[in-house]
Design a binder for this molecule. Structure first.
Ligand code: UDP
Ligand code: MG
Length: 220
């Protein structure tokens, strides 16, 4: 089901959607509301985080960055996963799915417990590979609906430049050229096939991250 915000977002992106997917409001009383999820994917440096922040400002989604949740968990002294997460991130590898999903689910549950109407989530940087997708399907089957995948398509060189630029200020452990190249490889080998799977289901909205739509979104 595509929500009101989802439809407005697609409309503004110049993308169509089937009106028939709209479910009358009386069929979804708040207590029955499920999380509605837009997965945001794209290579390193494609600008997922920046654009998600703009979308949130404009449309009121709740932005959940898998990366940020993992980094916060890594800093949590009570977490048993801190070192493991650090190692995976530094190597540009994908953290085991149970960890990522438990963090995403906790955030969605807390957000909706505080306000049941806040059921629209932009999940940025997830699912990254087959294992992530299987984990999501297994854990969230019937508990959340994925509206579509917003894919920020970016040429590798532009992605690398973007990250090196961002890394100067972020000081992140994985924003050096070596980590970046590993992340690009991981994106091409592991994440791109997931985007292709959603594409086959007609659920991908592709945005050229290096061109005008980016500017267009920035002006929104
Ligand atoms: N990461 C992960 N699982 C996720 C999302 C992120 O393991 O679902 C880790 C992974 O190591 C990745 C890093 O977090 O390289 C940074 O994630 P981000 O989404 O920022 O990737 P980027 O696009 O910056 O490479
Ligand atoms: Mg990032």
């Amino acid at each position: 089901m595509l929500s009101c915000c989802g439809r407005r977002l697609l409309h503004l992106l110049g993308l169509s959607f089937p009106l028939l997917t709209r479910r009358p409001l009386f069929l979804c009383p708040h207590r029955l509301m499920k999380p509605l999820v837009v997965f945001v994917l794209g290579g390193p440096g494609a600008g997922k985080g920046t654009q998600c922040a703009r979308i949130v400002e404009k449309y009121g989604y709740t932005h959940l960055s898998a990366e940020e949740l993992l980094r916060d968990e890594r800093k949590n002294p009570d977490s048993q996963y801190g070192e493991l997460i650090e190692k995976y991130i530094k190597d540009g590898k994908i953290v085991p799915v149970e960890i990522t999903i438990s963090l995403l689910k906790r955030e969605m549950d807390q957000t909706m417990a505080a306000n049941a109407q806040k059921n629209e989530f932009l999940i940025d940087g997830f699912p990254r590979n087959q294992d992530n997708l299987q984990g999501w399907n297994k854990t969230m089957d019937g508990k959340a609906d994925v509206s579509f995948v917003l894919f920020f398509d970016c040429n590798n060189e532009i992605c690398i430049e973007g990250c090196l630029e961002g890394g100067k200020s972020s000081g992140r452990s994985d924003d050096d050229r070596e980590s970046l190249e590993k992340r690009i490889q991981t994106h091409l080998q592991s994440t791109k096939p997931i985007i292709d799977l959603y594409e086959e289901m007609g659920k991908v909205k592709k945005i050229d991250a290096s061109k005008s739509v980016m500017k267009f979104l920035m002006k929104l």
